[in-house]
Design a protein around this ligand. Structure first.
Ligand code: ZN
Length: 331
């Protein structure tokens, strides 16, 4: 039997060389062509036939012997490899446990693209994920994170892994002291550009203080403010990670050149702010947390935080003097 197999390999290898094509190559040769070593090929050939197929459909899995010894879930191996390449300090066992936790909770860890998955892998470690799964199971996860009209409240929250798939570089410059590279979702960004262009024609130059923030950005901000200003301040002004509208990619904290150059102390006192409040509806933006709606929004007045909701919704809200909460309750 063994001799026969060897003979067959020889014949097919020659057929392959003579140009008959890869379709005729036996599995061992295919694996070898992917770059697997002899010992690895043997280990793969020992796997159940159905599971083995996965090795032919994917690129070479690094350290395949390790993963075969740790996990029967071959479809996760590439994820193990990806995760480990981002956490070279972690051993394979830890990598496997962490990735398993993520992949076994697809309702919690949602990925909108391979890139967002990789950037998520880069940020999380095992202990954090365990706590997060526990917390999330105790609270409601947002079911429609990509909805332009979505309502972020203290009840439903964004998944730790949620990153909008259509983020683009923000159309207006950042103010000094803020991250120069900022992002917004495409539709919101186009509307912002139109608004900022029109504002500029009237002499108001808008700047970006903060727009899209990932779960992890929000966590850093929260920790910073907690350390500097304490819990009461955070409860008033800083969303918990997963509970900030900034994770939607539809919100922006505005500033202006007139604030940056010291003419006005804060954006809310500037004529630029007055212009934006008067005109933002035409571009689909709302002042999200106005002074007269704090009891409904449960968020203190934030005369800088604007939210894109689309023109139609913004108009209805303006006509009725509704906060987003009231609009959502009626629609
Ligand atoms: Zn804000």
């Amino acid at each position: 039997m063994k001799r026969l197999t060897k003979l067959k390999i020889g014949v097919v290898a020659i057929a392959g060389l003579s140009g008959i094509g890869a379709g005729y190559l036996v599995p061992r040769i295919q694996l070898s062509q992917k770059g697997y070593e002899k010992q690895e090929i043997q280990a793969i050939m020992d796997v159940d036939k159905e599971q083995r197929e996965l090795f032919f459909e994917t690129e070479k899995i690094d350290d395949v012997m390790t993963w075969l010894s740790l996990s029967p879930n071959i479809e996760r191996y590439q994820d193990y490899v990806d995760y480990q390449s981002l956490h070279t300090d972690m051993d394979s066992e830890e990598v496997k446990t962490t990735v398993d936790l993520i992949l076994e909770n697809p309702n919690i860890f949602i990925f909108t693209s391979p890139d967002t998955k990789k950037s998520f892998y880069a940020k999380v470690k095992q202990d954090k994920i365990e706590d997060y799964i526990e917390d999330t199971n105790a609270n409601e996860l947002m079911s429609n994170p990509t909805d332009i009209e979505l309502l972020v409240t203290n009840k439903a929250h964004f998944s730790m892994s949620y990153v909008p798939s259509d983020l683009e570089k923000c159309a207006i410059p950042s103010s000094e002291d803020n991250e120069p590279l900022q992002y917004l979702r495409q539709e919101a960004n186009e509307a912002l550009k139109a608004m900022a262009d029109d504002a500029r024609e009237e002499g108001y130059i808008l700047l970006n203080n903060s727009s899209y923030r990932s779960y992890f950005d929000q966590e850093d901000i929260y920790d910073y403010y907690l350390g500097e200003y304490g819990q009461a301040y955070c409860d008033m002004y800083v969303g918990d990670p997963g509970y900030s509208e900034h994770q939607s990619g539809l919100a922006i904290d505005l500033s202006s050149e007139s604030v940056q150059d010291g003419t006005y102390f804060v954006f809310g006192d500037s004529p630029d702010y007055d212009w934006v409040v008067a005109h933002c509806v035409d571009y689909g933006f709302i002042l999200r947390y106005p002074e007269d709606k704090t009891e409904i929004t449960n968020v203190a007045n934030e005369p800088w935080h604007f939210r894109y909701v689309g023109k139609k919704a913004a108009e209805i809200m303006k006509e009725n003097n509704w906060a987003l909460e009231e609009y959502k309750a009626m629609n």
